[in-house]
Design a protein around this ligand. Structure first.
Ligand SMILES: *[C@@H]1O[C@H](CO)[C@@H](O)[C@H](O)[C@H]1NC(C)=O
Length: 421
């Protein structure tokens, strides 16, 4: 069974090209790019802009030959990058790889609440909960005021065969949140991936599939009634060009599965906030526009919808502009926004300069949320590189989380604090 750390992960993992090397002239990077990030022998991946890097023959490549943009200035030390405060004023500790770590000693949920946000949280997964050093940090509600189960509330985990529901794994995360006093985001109800074949290949007609969707959302959301802050009811409904994803739900029910699932969730738990969650909607473009149009049409039809989740699986050094205005475009439609799956990956191995860039990038994302009142909370897609989904999904990429694999805080931690400051 696929057990990926992220909803987004599955898309890339299912593409055979991901672990292959790109051929000459092919794309090898860029914001939102989920294909190969390394090039065949004799070629190099050259950055051209935040959205496009290309495999060029080694002889014709010029300038930096990575899929990330060149640093804006020559970085001689990490101390000048980022700015805006955020350090705790102590000496810079050394973390794994002999690299400079974070100086801050703040607690992120405490800082987020001081900044007017509802929570700062993290994804987690059942397989990580036997790691006592991991748990010691995860359980600190002043650091993480919210958790999201990375896998154990998805359709394949909760209804592996029709009408047969299993909640053991999901309950473990829900109970952990409860005992830690943390908010819980349910994730997720209707998604084309990690979807059992009895649904995707069942050949059901519209009436039967409607009943299956209603039963699934009612039962899963209802099981956690009173325990969640919010639910990602609809996950990743759009293609990157803003057209509807042609999964079994759309192909059978057209767009009607969206209000169907939202209404079922509202009935099952009137208090939880109902979200639509997607990626590559963090910046202005066709996909963000499509999601805004969906929000408008659901709102005008009176369909229950409370929030939009922007995932934010980003690439360090390739941060698009206009993040705050994009968030504002959603909140002005009468929904709240949450950053739901934040991580910022880099080409391995990390260096002090790459960590400094990543710190700046975390600060950029967090400050965008900070600046918009309706952006209510931030969830990182696990807090430690030890359990990040990135290296197994994007060949040669990783180090995307604010803590390194030995649980030491990276400069990115200071970037988060600075962004909330
Ligand atoms: C699907 O729904 C959309 C919007 O509700 C509608 O415009 C379109 O005609 C529908 N398509 C089909 C094939 O029914």
């Amino acid at each position: 069974m696929i057990k990926l750390a992220s909803s987004f992960a599955a898309i890339a993992a299912l593409l055979p090209l991901v672990s292959a090397q790109q051929s000459v002239w092919g794309q090898c990077g860029g914001n939102g790019w989920t294909g190969p990030t390394t090039c065949v022998a004799g070629t190099v991946c050259q950055y051209s802009n935040p959205w496009y890097s290309q495999c060029l023959p080694s002889s014709s490549a010029t300038g930096p030959v990575t899929s990330s943009p060149p640093p804006s200035s020559t970085v001689s030390s990490s101390s000048s990058v980022g700015g805006g405060g955020g350090g705790g004023g102590g000496a810079t500790p050394t973390i794994s790889g002999g690299l400079p770590g974070a100086t801050g000693t703040q607690k992120l949920n405490t800082v987020a609440k001081s900044a007017g946000k509802t929570y700062f949280g993290t994804a987690t997964d059942n397989s990580e909960l036997s790691d006592s050093a991991y748990i010691a940090i995860l359980n600190d509600g002043t650091m993480f005021g919210q958790i999201t189960p990375a896998n154990s509330m998805k359709w394949d985990a909760t209804e592996p065969s029709r009408g047969s529901f299993t909640f053991t794994q999901g309950d473990q995360i829900a109970n952990l949140a409860k005992s830690n006093g943390q908010l819980l985001r349910g994730h997720n109800c209707v998604w084309y991936n990690q979807l059992p074949s009895w649904v995707s290949s069942g050949g059901f007609n519209a009436a039967t599939l409607s009943s299956i969707v209603t039963t699934h959302c009612s039962t899963v959301v209802g099981h956690y009634k009173g325990q969640t802050y919010a639910w990602d009811v609809i996950n990743e409904p759009f293609n990157d060009d803003g057209t509807w994803r042609t999964d079994v739900f759309y192909n059978t029910l057209n767009t009607s599965y969206v209000p169907l699932a939202l209404n079922a969730a509202r009935t099952a738990d009137p208090a939880t906030k109902l979200y639509i969650n997607d990626y590559n909607v963090e910046y202005a473009g066709a996909k963000s526009t499509a999601l805004q149009n969906l929000v408008k049409s659901l709102k005008s039809a009176g369909t229950p919808l409370d929030g939009v989740g922007l995932q934010y699986h980003m690439i360090s050094g390739s941060m698009p502009g206009g993040l705050a205005s994009n968030i504002q475009a959603f909140t002005s439609l009468g929904v709240e926004v949450a950053i739901t799956e934040l991580d910022i990956r880099m080409t391995l191995p990390p260096t002090a300069a790459k960590y400094a860039q990543q710190k700046t990038d975390y600060q950029t994302v967090i400050s965008a949320c900070k600046s918009v009142t309706g952006c209510i909370g931030i969830t990182i897609w696990d807090w430690t590189d030890k359990y990040s989904w990135v290296p197994s999904t994007f060949s040669g990429q990783g180090a995307a989380c604010p803590w390194d694999a030995t649980y030491l805080k990276k400069p990115a931690f200071d970037g988060i604090v600075a962004g909330l400051g």
